[in-house]
Structure formats: structure tokens, C-alpha cells
Design a protein around this ligand. Structure first.
Ligand code: NAP
Length: 252
């Protein structure tokens, strides 16, 4: 299939590499900044463009821009014969209806960063405007991922929220712990086996049953010592208290 990618960031890069590895031909990469279009285009052996007038006839157009940018971008886009897809978990399918008779969603349920050497596996949540297009999208997506699931707007949004909790929020806690370790001159990397084990256990057990730590045991003296240490960390202290309360409530 001939494909045009709109965007040159994380999803455009990672999904673009997957698409290419699946044997498709990425003909053009659009980015508002020509240099950014050129960087990704050279990786994908495509033509860089920064104007919609330059888009060539193609089978599929994949949009991968920030959620807030879709509205204004779509308004400016010309109508197309191509199968038009967006990649956002939180945005509705019908957002694309005014720009193509064939449109859909290809949402990768994964945290993607363009600088990654190895592309992680990811489920793809898909939808399209009719059954024929959904079948075509299913076939295309199956070339990119072993796990392809049909998901309507409401379901996709629920997955998106769950993804924010398990990935974005935990990563933020890692970032805060990293800062804390640096300031206290202890090693964050010494915690790596603990981080890995915590995630690894989820493969075979329910998270709720795996909870350990002072909050679940109600070790109030230990928690008081932690709170004293956290007096210097105004961002961490309220999080510590709120999460401890939540763990405690879940355990009762
Ligand atoms: N990253 C993830 O983990 C992930 C996972 C699943 C789904 N998604 C979804 O994928 C989409 C893209 O996310 P991303 O992480 O790839 O974003 P990103 O890395 O920030 O890349 C956004 C791209 O859009 C362009 N852009 C920025 N503002 C724009 C605007 N106002 N109008 C037109 N283009 C604009 C940027 O290039 P120029 O500034 O050169 O135009 C850039 O190439 C989002 O809908 C996101 O929800 C992301």
C-alpha cells in the first residue's frame, strides 16, 4: 500500500517504521517544519513535505499529531480519496467524516518514543466507518501487530485512561523517585530489580493481591518516619499521603 504520514513525532516515527517493515511504501511525510519532515522522511525513504497541496495520490493517510492539533489540522486538510486514519485513543472516529468517505482509527496501546532503537510490541485498537473499511483496516493492522482489537470511541477512551494510569502516572512516580534519590545521594538504579519484579508479577497475578508495603500493613510508625523525610519534598508528601490512604482503603 502507498501511505502518507502526517506528523513526524513519536507515533509517526514508530508506527512509520512498523508500516515500512510490513512491506508498505511510505511515499511522503508531512510536518509543518520541513526539517522535521526531512529527518523522518530520510529514515522511511519518503519525500518530505510541509504543505497539503503537495500530497500525492495515495491509498492511506495516517495522522499522528497532538490530540489538540487534530481539529485545526483537519479543517485545513483537503477532501481525499485515501483511507484516512487517526491514531488518538481519546478522539472520536467521526472527527474525520468531513474529509474522506473512508476513515478509521489505528490506536497503538503503548508508550512510544521516537528515539527507541527497538520497537516494543503493542496492541492496536481499531475502528472504521463501515464494515468493509473495518475489514480492510483489520488486515492492514494485522501486518503491524499480533494483537488487533475492534474498539468503539467509548471503549478506546476507557483504554486510554487506563493507559495513562498504568504508564504515565507510574512513570511520573519514577521521575519523582529519581529526583529524590539524586538529592539524597542514593542510587535510583539499585531499585531497578524491584521495579522489574513489580511489573513482572502482574503477568500472572492481580495487582490488588500483590500489594506490599507499610500502608497495606498499616505500619503507622514507619509511615511517620517517611513523612518526616518527605517534609523537604512538598511535591512528594501529598502524593505519599494520598496513595497511602488509597492503598489502605483498598485493603480494608
Ligand atoms: N506517544 C505515544 O505514546 C502515543 C501512543 C498512542 C497514541 N498516541 C497518539 O498519537 C498522536 C501523536 O502523538 P505523538 O506522541 O506522536 O506526538 P508528538 O511526538 O508530539 O508529535 C506530534 C507531531 O505533530 C506535529 N504537530 C505539532 N503540533 C501541530 C499542530 N498544531 N498542527 C499540525 N501538526 C502539529 C509535530 O511536528 P511539526 O511541529 O513539525 O508539525 C510532530 O511531528 C496523538 O494523538 C497521541 O494521543 C501517542
Amino acid at each position: 500500500m502507498d501511505i502518507v504520514i502526517i506528523g513526524s513525532g513519536n507515533v509517526a516515527t514508530v508506527v512509520g517504521r512498523k508500516i515500512r517493515a510490513a512491506g508498505h511504501h511510505i511515499i511522503q511525510v508531512f510536518s509543518r517544519q520541513k526539517e522535521r519532515a526531512s529527518l523522518l522522511a530520510s529514515l522511511l525513504e519518503a519525500e518530505p513535505i510541509n504543505s497539503f497541496d503537495e500530497i500525492k495520490k495515495t491509498d492511506l493517510i495516517l495522522l499522528a499529531v497532538p490530540d489538540n492539533a487534530y481539529g485545526p489540522l483537519i479543517t485545513k486538510m483537503p477532501f481525499t480519496d485515501a483511507f484516512l486514519l487517526h491514531t488518538a485513543g481519546s478522539l472520536p472516529l467521526d472527527m474525520l467524516r468531513s474529509k474522506s468517505a473512508r476513515y478509521g482509527v489505528l490506536y497503538p496501546l503503548q508508550t512510544l518514543r521516537q528515539e527507541l532503537d527497538t520497537i516494543p510490541g503493542f496492541p492496536l485498537l481499531i475502528d472504521a466507518n463501515d464494515e468493509e473499511n473495518l475489514l480492510e483496516l483489520e488486515k492492514f493492522a494485522a501486518g503491524l501487530s499480533k494483537t488487533v482489537i475492534r474498539a468503539k470511541d467509548k471503549t478506546r477512551l476507557k483504554y486510554h485512561l487506563a493507559a495513562v494510569i498504568v504508564s504515565n502516572f507510574t512513570n511520573h512516580l519514577f521521575a519523582l523517585a529519581e529526583d529524590y534519590c539524586r538529592k539524597e545521594e542514593i542510587s535510583f538504579s539499585l531499585l531497578q530489580p524491584l521495579i522489574e519484579e513489580t511489573v513482572h508479577r502482574l503477568e500472572t497475578n492481580s495487582a490488588a493481591g500483590l500489594q506490599t508495603g507499610p500502608a497495606v500493613r498499616n505500619d503507622t510508625n514507619t509511615m511517620e518516619k517517611h513523612r518526616l523525610l518527605l517534609k523537604k519534598y512538598p511535591e512528594l508528601l501529598p502524593l505519599y499521603n494520598q496513595l497511602s490512604r488509597s492503598i489502605r482503603r483498598r485493603a480494608m
